[in-house]
Design a protein around this ligand. Structure first.
Ligand code: CTP
Length: 398
């Protein structure tokens, strides 16, 4: 994350069990070349020691508003001015409440009042505390006051409960802060891309799949990242290296891809579905390998339809922009336009997969970009160049 190099990050750690994750946050910022200072509330120091934070950040920890020595070294106003970004992680319910009330009676709240830099906060608390209407009200007040939320996520909690309130993972938090410094046509935008084929199992050793290599999706992911986007890939089985700074989730079947996409889609601004999702899967998965002597005479297989990921997402799309691909062998534009409408897409990218010099497994492609109002042909070029043109088109028209 080169955007973070030499940036001044003030990490405020408040009281909560997720405080231990702040150590990893410091490490990630340091690896990216940032200069990190840590501010800890009294409660935070009950969960993790200032010594740990000092050792990791390489700077003395800030903790007291009223300590004359500490204030003389770097007072709250200077600390606020020093920071390019303030990140409060974990941010407890109590801290959210105190910040919403505009308090300034400890170092963390005083610095936040004095700061003009962007302030991010990563809520972390028990699910019931998060759901409480007072917490929700305070959270909205912070957002109105230009604090930028990161998370919380849903999942298992330290107390054994399940639900929203879990702090986002350190990598997610640092990536979010990084996008604040990114430049480019998609700066700060979150983009989810599916790529590659899916595999539909027949028995433990056999499956049905298709010729997709994943190259187009991975290449679009790199182009979106290069334009400042925060990119996540959900990929079927491919033999491609994960591009730098891109989060990747691997799946095998269409069902798994459906599940993963639906799990995270609410966090994104764009969904680009390049995956060649299998339309059908065998009705029955044989637990044991099908032996040839048993079935050789009369082997037939029943198929059932897989769920359409794009269709399911576009049903409740809200502000999400959705881009689909159409792999066609005939009547390319007509078929693509049909899919644009049927799947309520903002853009469809159509290619002719009957020509083996383009499309599947090739390094080149030739496509039509079709929206409700625009139709543009991009003649045969490398997938890398094509990806850049697609991203430029998306940034300009969507
Ligand atoms: N797609 C999807 N889920 C599926 C099938 C397709 O999300 N189960 C997406 C693909 O990623 C692509 C678009 O839908 O972006 C169109 O895929 P394509 O295979 O061209 O069309 P289908 O809808 O499967 O229709 P057909 O195979 O009949 O052409």
């Amino acid at each position: 994350m080169k955007q973070l190099a030499n940036k001044h990050i003030l990490l405020c750690v408040t009281g909560g069990i997720a405080a231990y994750k702040a150590a990893e946050i410091i490490r990630l910022f340091k690896t990216a070349g940032s200069n990190v200072r840590v501010l800890m509330t009294k409660a935070a120091q009950e969960f993790i020691t200032p010594l740990t934070m000092q050792a990791l950040s390489g700077n003395q920890v800030h903790a007291d508003l009223l300590d004359t020595e500490a204030e003389a070294a770097m007072g709250h106003i200077e600390l606020a001015k020093w920071s390019d970004v303030i990140l409060i992680a974990p941010c407890s319910a109590n801290s959210i409440s105190r910040l919403a009330a505009g308090k300034g009676d400890d170092l963390m709240t005083a610095v936040c009042l004095a700061a003009e830099s962007k302030t991010f906060f990563a809520p972390a608390m028990n699910q019931a505390m998060w759901a409480d209407s007072r917490t929700q009200k305070n959270y909205q007040i912070l957002i109105k006051n230009n604090f930028i939320p990161i998370g919380p996520n849903s999942g298992e909690q330290a107390c054994g409960d399940e639900g929203y309130g879990r702090m986002s993972e350190p990598q997610e938090i640092v990536s979010e802060v990084a996008t604040n410094f990114s430049e480019g046509l998609l700066a700060g935008k979150k983009i989810l891309i599916t790529a590659g084929p899916t595999r539909e199992k027949i028995d433990p050793v056999r499956y049905i799949s298709n010729r997709s290599s994943g190259k187009m999706g991975f290449s679009i992911a790199e182009a979106a990242r290069d334009e400042g986007g925060l990119v996540s890939l959900i990929s079927g089985p491919v033999s491609l290296k994960t591009p730098d700074e891109i989060e990747r989730i691997d799946v095998e079947s269409a069902d798994e891809m459906f599940k993963e996409v639906n799990k995270v889609i609410n966090n994104f601004d764009f969904f680009i579905s390049t995956a060649a999702v299998a339309d059908f899967k065998p009705e029955k998965f044989e637990n044991q390998k099908i032996k040839k002597d048993k079935k050789a005479d009369n082997l037939s297989m029943e198929f059932i339809e897989n769920k359409d990921i794009l269709k399911s997402i576009s049903k409740n799309k809200g502000d999400l922009k959705i881009i689909g691909f159409a792999a066609e062998t005939q009547d390319i534009k007509e078929n693509a336009k049909k899919k644009l409408n049927e799947k309520s897409l903002d853009l469809i990218i159509a290619n002719d997969v009957s020509d083996s010099s383009i499309g599947f497994d090739s390094d080149e492609n030739e496509v039509y970009l079709i929206t409700e109002k625009i139709e543009k042909k991009i003649e045969k070029i490398s997938k890398k160049k094509l990806s850049r043109s697609i991203i430029e088109f998306i940034a300009k028209y969507l």
